[in-house]
Design a protein around this ligand. Structure first.
Ligand SMILES: *[C@@H]1O[C@H](CO)[C@@H](O)[C@H](O)[C@H]1NC(C)=O
Ligand SMILES: *[C@@H]1O[C@H](CO)[C@@H](O)[C@H](O)[C@H]1NC(C)=O
Length: 496
């Protein structure tokens, strides 16, 4: 059962040498024992010996063996401890007893002991030490054993609650080349603001937006917050993709895995594309000229400039290439475009990147096309996994739904480890914190212990429709096939 998952308990390289001495010692002892049993007084033909001396020698030997075994055991514990302090993931007290490895290996009986009515919530720490030393101690990996990245990642996240979980997310994805931008909802409590300010003041690659707006569940001001993050992130070197996030999104790939996946995407943006659902307000004009979308219009084709954009809808979360962000910030000015969407009523944030992505004529780097929408086909993306379940909560791993989406529970751990998605939505620390800690441990193991529990599915990423389109659309012989050759994650078994 457990064989699927490979574990490296600790570095054993130090152990065998001491064991070799033990074996040699035991061999010598065995020779003694054989010698004495052959020539002891009770043995026929043996010579007469003093029985007291014989007993004493044996007792001495046994004591010696015990002592040496004892010492060796202590050394072993020390070795484990030493490696443990360096390499093993430290969980917080409320999840300390959870054996994440056992859940990962599919132990259903054990899973029950930490799910359902045994579910573990976060126990928040009101006294959390927010000195820079303490923050660094919690976030920065012990030692400097992170390998340099060819390309890092930027995280743009809109937040309002659960500081400790957010700090955990920074820790899980921490790399000196990665950047983290936070936009705080104005309504968030002062203590939350304070803590994020302390984190941003402490770590140079954590950025906090100064101008804070109020966001809501209809998506108002979400796009402008992400856009403002892009504007500060573009000044940071080191990353080649930005991933747009919400408060309760859980990153599920390690820094090295993210680097690899984005390399396979090769500059294509990863954005969910579904049909625009009647949210477009036609009392506004939607051509680039009226939107004042291009900072310099002189090089832009008149037909493009005056033509109406194409529209699509999809998840707010997505991944944009650095070139796309550069274009959005420096070639384009999206202020009016974002404002117009923001004037809508419901789900106003779900068209922003999608419509740019399908308006191929605009020339945003890494863009897609509206070709597949015209064929009535949606386009897969991997930046987010969420399980929509409006009617039957029992189909959720955690058997719990909120606003039509399954809440993540520890029951989702195996799915999370196996799926190709970069992030899972959504977990709530006061509902289930074991899923947060176990996924942190999983990423820690993959990053620092070289654990390979699930190999990345290269074929999946490199055969995505947007990736094939990006790599080939300038070739006149290229024919866009809107149905992927692989089984999309949405069609896979859930939960695993
Ligand atoms: C992480 O690695 C440790 C040490 O090998 C192991 O005991 C634990 O089960 C692993 N956890 C996960 C989630 O893979
Ligand atoms: C605007 O674009 C044109 C043509 O691409 C270029 O010649 C001109 O220098 C640009 N103007 C500015 C202010 O960048």
């Amino acid at each position: 059962m457990r064989s699927k998952v490979q574990y490296q308990l600790f570095d054993r390289s130090g152990a065998p040498k001491s064991f070799r001495f033990l074996w040699m010692f035991l061999f010598v002892v065995a020779c003694f024992v054989i010698y004495f049993s052959l020539f002891s007084p009770s043995t026929k033909g043996g010579f007469k010996r003093n029985p007291i001396t014989y007993e004493q020698v044996m007792k001495d030997l046994r004591n010696k063996i015990d002592r040496i075994i004892n010492e060796l055991q202590q050394d072993l514990v020390k070795l484990e401890l030493k490696n443990g302090i360096k390499n093993l993931y430290r969980r917080r007290p409320e999840t300390d007893h959870v054996d994440c490895g056992r859940i990962l290996s599919g132990d259903k009986a054990y899973l029950e002991s930490v799910s359902g009515k045994n579910r573990i919530k976060i126990v928040e720490n009101d006294q959390l030490d927010m000195s820079c030393a303490a923050i660094m101690n919690r976030i920065l990996p012990p030692g400097s054993n992170l390998k340099p990245l060819k390309n890092g990642v930027a995280f743009a996240r809109i937040v309002y609650a659960d500081y400790e979980m957010l700090e955990k997310q920074v820790q899980m994805s921490y790399h000196p080349q990665n950047s983290f931008c936070f936009a705080i909802d104005k309504k968030a409590p002062p203590k939350f603001h304070e803590r994020l300010r302390a984190m941003a003041a402490c770590l140079p690659n954590v950025l906090l937006l100064p101008d804070e707006e109020s966001v809501d569940s209809d998506g108002h001001n979400i796009n402008s917050a992400h856009y403002n993050c892009m504007r500060v992130l573009i000044n940071k070197p080191g990353w080649n993709y930005v991933i747009l996030l919400q408060n309760h999104d859980l990153i599920t790939k390690s820094v090295y895995e993210l680097e690899q996946v984005y390399e396979w995407l090769g500059g294509a943006n990863d954005v969910e594309i579904t049909p625009e659902a009647g949210r477009l307000d036609n009392k506004f004009k939607w051509d680039p000229k009226s939107l004042k979308m291009f900072r310099n219009e002189s090089g832009i084709n008149e037909v493009v400039l005056n033509g109406k954009m194409k529209f699509a809808k999809g998840a707010v979360q997505g991944s944009l290439s650095r070139a796309a962000v550069e274009w959005m910030v420096r070639t384009a000015d999206l202020t009016i475009y974002i404002d117009q969407w923001n004037k809508g009523e419901f789900g106003v944030d779900e068209m922003f990147i999608q419509s740019l992505q399908v308006s191929a004529d605009l020339g945003m780097p890494g863009h897609f096309t509206d070709e597949c929408l015209k064929q009535g086909k949606k386009t897969d993306f991997v930046s987010r996994m969420s399980q929509w379940e409006s009617s039957d909560a029992n189909r959720c791993g955690s058997k719990t739904v909120r606003h039509g989406i399954c809440l993540l529970g520890i029951e989702d751990f195996r799915t999370l480890a196996a799926y190709p998605n970069l992030m899972f939505n959504k977990m709530i620390p006061s509902f289930d914190y074991a899923i947060v800690e176990c996924s942190a441990e999983l990423l820690h193991n993959r990053t620092f212990l070289g654990q390979e529990d699930h190999k990345l599915e290269e074929d999946y990423y490199t055969n995505m429709i947007n990736v094939l389109y990006h790599n080939n659309h300038l070739d006149p012989n290229f024919k866009l096939e809107c149905t992927p050759s692989y089984k999309e994650w949405l069609a896979r078994d859930y939960p695993l």
